[in-house]
Design a protein around this ligand. Structure first.
Ligand code: NPQ
Ligand code: MG
Length: 370
């Protein structure tokens, strides 16, 4: 049990190495909220994956800062000493905001694990020390640009390619990339909810390219539509935006809408709920993989520790830090070697901050007392 003493809300700005275009927008400069908690047993850091705009989900970074400082932190500290395992329950009276709750739980868990001299990898029961790494490839103005990027990632040794698709940018990019990478390399697509129920026949045309999965083709609330599509096409249907909790995962599986699940700790309210969803999927025989939200080295290290669990049988979006950033905020950024990422086993969430660089890209810092 720890006594929460202080919370720093720090905003940083980081440019992406290349613009990252998806069906919901183009990201170039990241505005990221980091949480730095001070307890009577030590400090911890957590990363909030909410984007600057409520485009991927309803959360956005300004709102995350507000709901954490005005609602979540006062409630967490009012309840006295706490463990990381109790954070979700203590915030349960507040609806929604899973990415904000997850960032708080992660910061407290980081402090707790560091105080105990152990790491997230061990906390989750150890498991693999290296995991297969996939890469998410955006939408481009030309097919040549796309093929050039994909060839670069193949040369980097990634184990699997994921292509962002949208109406008008789907069949042809997939056909050409399959041709480029050959029949044996893992290939999948992510629509980020860009299609609707009338697109079933069109999406069935992707079946001939032997895709691992099609991710979130329909709007997040259209669970029945995904179940109908799963029956209509051969390519397995994977859910991302629709899965915001253990309950929504269980229901989607029961309804036949999720043949595979992309687990993102921030989207489901934290690493502990992510672990619960993993365990449910193992029980139900549903393959899972760890999704990404273009995290810095803080979230990337923790995601790798989660993805070492046995049920993560498909390559995740835990790419090398260099896929997105020229320089990361951790001393040992995640790298890809022969298609795999080494799982950090260090104390806490497994990262060591580069404070000097972090201070140079900090755009604001507010500290709240208990
Ligand atoms: C997905 N992630 O799987 C998300 C979408 C996404 C790696 O494709 C900044 C922050 C830019 C989060 C772009 C990947 C982002 C982002 C795309 C998330 O649906
Ligand atoms: Mg996705």
């Amino acid at each position: 049990m720890m006594e929460l003493r202080q919370l720093e809300l720090r905003r940083i700005a980081l440019d992406l190495v290349t613009p990252f275009r998806t069906s919901f927008g183009t990201e170039q400069r990241r505005d990221i909220l980091l949480l730095h908690v001070t307890t009577d047993e030590g400090e911890g850091w957590g990363e909030c994956v909410a984007m600057a705009e409520p485009a991927y989900s309803a959360e956005f970074v300004d709102a995350a800062g507000l709901v954490i400082s005005d609602h979540f932190w006062p409630t967490l500290t009012a309840g006295g000493r706490i463990t990381a395992e109790e954070v979700t329950a203590r915030l349960a009276r507040f609806s929604g905001h899973p990415m904000s709750k997850a960032a708080l739980e992660a910061a407290v868990l980081d402090a707790q694990l560091r105080a105990a001299g152990t790491g997230l990898h061990a906390y989750f029961g150890g498991g693999r020390d290296r995991i297969p790494s996939g890469v998410s490839v955006g939408i481009f103005d030309s097919l040549d640009e796309l093929l050039g990027q994909v060839q670069g990632y193949v040369d980097d040794g990634y184990a699997r390619i994921k292509l962002k698709i949208e109406p008008g940018w789907d069949i042809e990019p997939v056909r050409l990339v399959r041709e480029l990478i050959g029949p044996d390399m893992g290939l999948q697509v992510d629509a980020n909810t860009a299609y609707d129920r009338t697109d079933g026949e069109h999406l069935a045309r992707l079946d001939e390219y032997d895709l691992l999965l099609i991710e979130q083709p329909l709007p997040e609330e259209d669970i029945l539509g995904h179940a109908q599509l799963a029956k209509a096409i051969r390519t397995p249907v994977c859910l991302d935006e629709s899965i915001v909790s253990l309950q929504t995962a269980a229901d989607a599986i029961e309804l036949g809408a999720a043949e595979i699940i992309n687990i993102k700790p921030g989207r489901v309210g934290g690493y502990l709920e992510a672990r619960r969803i993993h365990d449910l999927c193992v029980e139900r025989g549903v393959p899972v993989w760890c999704g990404g939200m273009v995290e810095t080295g803080i979230g990337r290290a923790a995601n790798a520790a989660l993805a070492a669990l046995p049920g993560f049988t498909l390559p995740g979006d835990i790419s090398a830090s260099s896929r997105f950033y020229r320089r990361d905020i951790v001393v040992h950024p995640i790298t890809v070697d022969d298609g795999h990422v080494r799982v950090p086993t260090g104390p806490g969430m497994g990262f060591e901050l580069d404070h000097e660089f972090l201070d140079t890209i900090t755009t604001s810092s507010v500290t709240l007392g208990a």
